[in-house]
Design a protein around this ligand. Structure first.
Ligand SMILES: N[C@@H](CCC(=O)N[C@@H](CS)C(=O)NCC(=O)O)C(=O)O
Length: 200
């Protein structure tokens, strides 16, 4: 496969990059200087119409949305197998966590960061931050219980769901202080060589 990943460090673009490293695929990185407005350049909006990252080109076809990219690539590449087969009972749990990441875990974390740290001060709505943090805390407390006696979300085997969930948990590490299993889980993920290569 001929792969180009449009990438900005410390963004959701880490997810497909981490996956590409786990899968051992070769790829080109095209750095997008999001914080200096390059996302909104005409050239980049031809790749990603909203000017966001990540975007990926695979054999000439462009795709956006980090979760969709990871989901598709994990089914497309069978070795190593990072997505259980459709007829494997684990597949239901896999799908659950793949969608839980952007659908349930991500929104409160994202809006807490956006309105607490990222937006210029005059654009922040500070009042929503405590609500988001409290909702996030409830969600991660539930997840901490789910990880009892599990190394990864599906048990002993690492899957792409760990990339989606793990990368999102890493946005708010201070929230993990009271969740020992989740804290150990994210530390375990951060020790993976593929994760470390993806962060370089
Ligand atoms: N749901 C999308 C979100 C993409 C997104 O908003 N990415 C951020 C970086 S983490 C971005 O590019 N923001 C700049 C912008 O939207 O202009 C995904 O997961 O790919």
């Amino acid at each position: 496969m001929d792969i180009t990943l449009y990438y900005t460090p410390k963004t959701r673009a880490l997810r497909p990059r981490w996956l590409l490293e786990e899968l051992g695929l070769e790829y080109r990185l095209e750095a997008i200087d999001l914080f200096n407005g390059e996302g909104q350049s005409k050239a980049y909006r031809n790749i990603h119409p909203l000017g966001a990252v990540p975007a990926i080109e695979i054999d000439g076809n462009t795709m956006i949305e980090s979760g969709a990219i990871c989901h598709w690539l994990s089914d497309k590449v069978s070795k190593p197998k990072l997505a259980p087969a459709l007829d494997d009972p684990q597949r239901q749990h896999y799908e659950q966590w793949m969608f839980f990441a952007p659908g349930t875990l991500e929104p409160p974390a994202y809006y807490a960061l956006l309105h607490g740290r990222i937006l210029p001060e005059q654009q922040r709505i500070q009042a929503i931050v405590p609500w988001c943090m409290s909702r996030h805390k409830n969600i991660i407390a539930m997840m901490d219980e789910q990880l009892e006696n599990r190394e990864y979300l599906l048990g002993e085997s690492f899957s792409t769901a760990d990339i989606m969930i793990g990368s999102t948990l890493m946005w708010l590490p201070e929230q993990l202080q009271d969740q020992p299993r989740l804290k150990a889980y994210t530390e375990r993920l951060q020790q993976r060589p593929a994760y470390q290569r993806a962060c370089q």
